[in-house]
Design a protein around this ligand. Sequence first.
Ligand SMILES: Nc1nc2c(ncn2[C@@H]2O[C@H](COP(=O)(O)OP(=O)(O)OP(=O)(O)O)[C@@H](O)[C@H]2O)c(=O)[nH]1
Ligand SMILES: [Mg+2]
Length: 419
Amino acid sequence: MLYDTETKAEKVVLVGIDTGEGEFDAESCLDELAELADTAGAQVVGRLIQKREAINKATYLGKGKIEELRAYIEFTQAVGIICDDELNQNQIRNLENALDVKVMDRTLVILDIFAKRALSAEGKVQVEVAQLKYNMAHLTGRGIEMSRLGGGIGTRGPGEKKLETDRRNIADRISELNKELKEIEKRRSVMREKRIESRIPVIALVGYTNAGKSTLLNTLTGSDVLAEDKLFATLDTTTRAIETESGAKYLFTDTVGFIQKLPHNLINAFRATLEEVKYADILVHVVDASNPKRAEQMNVVYHTLGELGAGDKPVLTVYNKTDKEGIDLPLLKDRRAVYTMSVSAKNGSNIPEFTAKVEDIVRSFKKSISVLIPYSEGRLLGIIHGSCEITASEMRDDGYYFEMYADEETENRLKAFMV
Ligand SMILES: Nc1nc2c(ncn2[C@@H]2O[C@H](COP(=O)(O)OP(=O)(O)OP(=O)(O)O)[C@@H](O)[C@H]2O)c(=O)[nH]1
Ligand SMILES: [Mg+2]
């Protein structure tokens, strides 16, 4: 086809404010925004940063800078701008009036990427809720009109479905979706209960987007979770079981990556999915050691964990991608973690040591006990095999005898049979 307007990339100019505050400097914020824009299918044709003490409440940029941006847009033939901070309704309206192009922000782009990537029914509902809430709060009459006409970022819901733009219908749609979310949450909590019941240790892989969480899960389990050099390759949590050489079982859960300025709507919408992190026994914090901003990224991860109420979990920090050249050394010990180590998920180096360390940490929360289970209590064997690390066992006249490491809850349940 000669003229395919649907797939033609939107030309955009990135705009940021340098207040000298925040975890990242303005340039690297825009580097990341450029990656986000690219992932969302836009074509970045320029960038502009203004040094200011604070963001202008009415127009984001200062007056003079807006004029400069106007000329720049004309020069680059851009059809839109993406601001690095979440804009309010006024800022969007004023900028649109002054520039006569589509005005977007970081949040809108992240939501768009999430919409493209959502695969599961749950993910789709969560993203659509977040998108609609964003639209309710941000798009005034003109904004909605512009995006409806123009298409592109911010107009597509999950599965390339056109997003509802009629204000009256948006509210209805949100309440409909919220009902679905409640159902999903119920199902999820039943599944979680079952897992807790089985007492198999759950280890959640967390980290900045693109750190290599999915690759690590694949290496550990020989599975094929989608791993890509893209931001937010993973949206749905995937849980896989592995059995170590000593016969202990673990569940590893892969999660959505974190990013600075992760939209609040999105965190809320994904709360059910991210709850998995809260219920994990330990967290493995995967860090891209080759990223020059790794320290800042680590701070963002801890900040987000805190927001999710998972700030007090034991953490094992792994510097990943250590096979790459030109990594800034030293790789500092992470003071917030129980232990820090280096691996390469890609070529498998140090992975056996990693698994051993996970076992170590899980075991450090367990006690060595001996039990004698009468033959009539055979149902307890499931719990023992599932959650305990057995170091010795034999069949005796009066029952099964085990020496093993057990967590507190299992210990309590087996109290009557301890010897
Ligand atoms: N060189 C090298 N590349 C790696 C390593 N681990 C992962 N990668 C690459 O890094 C990119 C991101 O990996 P993913 O596993 O998708 O990262 P993720 O943390 O799951 O990312 P999101 O799901 O987007 O949050 C992919 O291109 C991987 O091939 C590693 O140990 N060495
Ligand atoms: Mg992933």
